[in-house]
Design a protein around this ligand. Structure first.
Ligand SMILES: Nc1ncnc2c1ncn2[C@@H]1O[C@H](COP(=O)(O)OP(=O)(O)OP(=O)(O)O)[C@@H](O)[C@H]1O
Ligand SMILES: [Mg+2]
Length: 467
């Protein structure tokens, strides 16, 4: 076994002669031998032999002084490994009290109690110091060999305890490190799971949209034909009716030349069929029908614009305001009872984008704004504008607003504050993805109880890596 690393011993005793005894045993005639070796080296030119000093002893003549030396040694990073403490010291602390204080400062200190006679029984002392396993007793007068062996053994014990505690520290450190690694790994895994979930959500959503788009486009196509001929027939009907009116007027004039009986018959027929009402009502019926069919045509066009199935993932130059208008028409029924829509558009050039996806973003923002309204009817304001090479769209509402602690989470996939079945929590996360894909930014400004403004900024043109 290697030599103990700490050889420092503190002796606390009120009797100076006891210190001399200890010095003889623990550091025998060292001063003399060092001097002799030095002299020998000076005379004969030999290098001095290294002195094997077994113990490094310090003396204190009372408990308080002993504690002061212990503290000073610890402050200097040179702690004592072992203290011999006299039990009976008439001035100041006795041995038991001194040991209590020493252990309070340095629980690792090994202690030997030196006693000729004591005020305590051995059992009482052990009980008082809670020290069944860290206290040895040395009866005065001492046996030199016994003192040396005790010192040797206890220094080794101190050393082993020290090493064990260092190893323990090292182990704890390793456990900490591993725990951190585990934590990081599990966080990475969780992130991956979240990402995967989001991707799945995106896929489901885009499949839903694609099939919805196809359906809409199919329906639109089917409806377009009948709309076409109904509209054109209405146009023709209007024209024919004008012709009929002309003829009717001519008959009217001619009827004045008929006999009284025929004239009465005609008058009767005219009244029975409410000719005046018909003449008045037919044009307005035709007008309303034309109007209606025009609206159906617009809805079909919006549906087609919105879904754009045929060009779904092609970058195109598009009029953002036209897209916003189509989208507003699509969600009109959602807004009707909740909010008035105000449009505040500034002139915008065409923007290179995926129009159906930008429409999707606007729809999410507008529907969220409508859903944020309470029982009172609110206002949703849509603004657009251009700043340098960027086009921006703002959707502002005066609804519930978003609490600051919620604000950081709204773009997270599946984050929703809406009741089960009403929100999937995907709207904003998908919108975020779409805007990022365009190289743009989506930001939010909100105040609880006042309202929320979302702002989408898009570069006017896409910079693509050179082919
Ligand atoms: N204009 C808004 N005013 C107040 N809160 C909003 C607004 N927009 C979004 N939020 C909050 O952000 C959350 C997330 O919005 P997101 O659109 O991602 O999901 P959702 O609307 O809950 O569900 P989904 O859009 O899938 O139907 C909402 O649940 C709501 O709490
Ligand atoms: Mg939403």
């Amino acid at each position: 076994m290697s030599e103990p690393s700490n050889r420092r011993v503190l002796v606390i005793d009120d009797m100076p002669s006891i210190h001399d005894d200890f010095r003889k045993i623990l550091a025998p005639a060292q001063a003399q031998s060092v001097e002799l070796d030095a002299m020998e080296a000076a005379l004969f030119g030999e290098t001095a032999k290294p002195v094997q000093q077994k113990f490094e002893m310090e003396s204190a003549y009372g408990g308080e002084e002993g504690l002061a030396r212990l503290i000073a040694a610890m402050d200097a990073q040179r702690p004592f490994a072992l203290a011999f403490v006299d039990m009976r010291m008439p001035d100041g602390w006795d041995g038991a009290k001194t040991i209590e204080h020493l252990w309070q400062k340095d629980p690792k200190l090994q202690v030997v109690v030196c006693t000729a006679y004591s005020d305590y029984s051995w059992d009482e002392l052990l009980e008082r110091l809670h020290a069944h396993d860290r206290l040895l007793i040395l009866k005065k007068p001492f046996d030199n060999i016994e003192v040396q062996q005790m010192a040797n053994t206890l220094l080794t014990k101190w050393d082993m305890t020290e090493r064990a505690s260092m190893q323990m520290h090292e182990l704890e450190h390793q456990v900490d490190q591993r725990t951190t690694q585990f934590k990081q790994a599990s966080e990475a895994l969780q992130r991956e799971i979240d990402e995967r979930k989001q991707l799945e959500g995106q896929l489901v959503q885009s499949e839903k949209l694609a099939s919805l788009g196809q359906l809409a486009a199919g329906v639109a196509h089917e409806i377009n034909n009948p709309i076409g001929f109904v509209a054109s027939n209405l146009g023709a009907l209007d024209g024919y009716f004008q012709q009929l009116l002309e003829i009717l007027d001519a008959y009217q004039v001619a009827s004045q030349t008929l006999g009284a009986e025929s004239a009465a018959q005609l008058q009767q027929l005219r009244e029975k069929n409410e000719l005046d009402f018909l003449l008045d009502d037919i044009p307005s019926l035709i007008r309303e029908s034309k109007d209606g069919i025009g609206r159906v045509g617009q809805i079909v066009k919006d549906l087609k614009d919105f879904s754009r199935v045929d060009s779904q993932l092609e970058w195109q130059w598009a009029d953002l305001q036209q897209g916003i208008d189509s989208t507003l028409n699509i969600v009109a029924s959602e807004l009707k009872y909740k909010a008035d829509v105000i449009k505040d558009y500034q002139a915008l050039p065409e923007v290179e984008c995926l129009p159906s996806q930008i429409n999707q973003v606007v729809m999410n923002l507008v529907v969220n704004a409508a859903q944020a309204m309470g029982s009172e009817r609110g206002t949703i304001t849509l603004r657009t504008g251009q700043q340098g090479e960027t086009a921006w769209i703002e959707v502002a509402d005066n609804g519930s607003g978003i609490a600051p602690q919620t604000l950081q989470k709204i773009f997270d996939p599946f984050f929703t504050t809406k009741p089960v079945g009403q929100g999937t929590g995907l709207g904003l996360s998908l919108s975020y993805g779409i805007v990022k894909k365009h190289g743009g930014e989506i930001t939010v400004n909100s105040e609880l109880g006042v309202g929320t403004t979302f702002r989408v900024e898009l570069p006017l043109r896409q910079t693509r890596p050179a082919a």
